[in-house]
Write a new protein. Structure first.
Length: 202
């Protein structure tokens, strides 16, 4: 898939085009980590291998393998510092999820499906404010871009990565609060996204 290898700044700009309402951004800051945590719990079964080290039992699970495969991708998107933080966030969530995945079936399903559904509801609520369909329904690359966007927005709120924030706002537009009383058609491009040509390889 060609879009899989686009630089992080291009992925962020494309994702941000459908996440400009500040309420939508705020719901994503909570909803996306909840969804990642829920998936990490569900993918913490079955245990593939175990090892005792430093007085702790370490369990190799499908969630750990997915983390090990995705982290190099984040690091190789041209913004290694941002990629490192995304990988670290995922590592914390996977570590927290692993014991729940090894517990009883009720605990495993409750802690897996509960955060996943709650995060999904927050995701849908945010896109109600945005007035546009959730990107995850339309482009699977957003499954990887969403955590990147969340971490970038957290850093933006701290005043970091100013040049990247300026690029995102210049190309995707500034954040706003959509008038909920107005028609959805008042927002240019509302609804499903349309394919955009990719840049030629440099």
């Amino acid at each position: 898939m060609a879009t899989l290898f686009r630089p992080a700044d291009e992925l962020l700009v494309e994702y941000a085009r459908f996440h400009r309402d500040r309420r939508n951004i705020h719901t994503h800051l909570v909803g996306i980590p909840l969804m990642v945590f829920g998936l990490a719990v569900l993918f913490s079964r079955p245990p593939l291998a175990t090892a005792d080290w430093a007085g702790l039992r370490w369990v190799l699970t499908p969630a750990v393998l997915l983390w090990a495969l995705s982290t190099p991708w984040y690091l190789s998107r041209g913004l290694p510092g941002l990629g490192l933080l995304v990988g670290a966030m995922h590592a914390v969530l996977v570590l927290a999820a692993t014991p729940l995945g090894q517990a009883g079936s009720a605990t495993w399903l409750g802690w897996g499906l509960g955060p996943l559904l709650l995060g999904g509801l927050l995701h849908l609520a945010g896109h109600y404010y945005e007035g546009r369909a959730p990107g995850l329904v339309q482009d699977l690359i957003d499954l990887l871009a969403a955590p990147l966007f969340v971490v970038a927005e957290m850093l933006f709120s701290l005043g970091w990565l100013a040049s990247l924030r300026q690029k995102v706002e210049r190309e995707a537009g500034p954040t706003r609060l959509r008038d909920l009383t107005g028609p959805l058609t008042s927002m240019p491009g509302a609804g499903r996204r349309t394919p955009r040509p990719h840049r030629a390889a440099r």
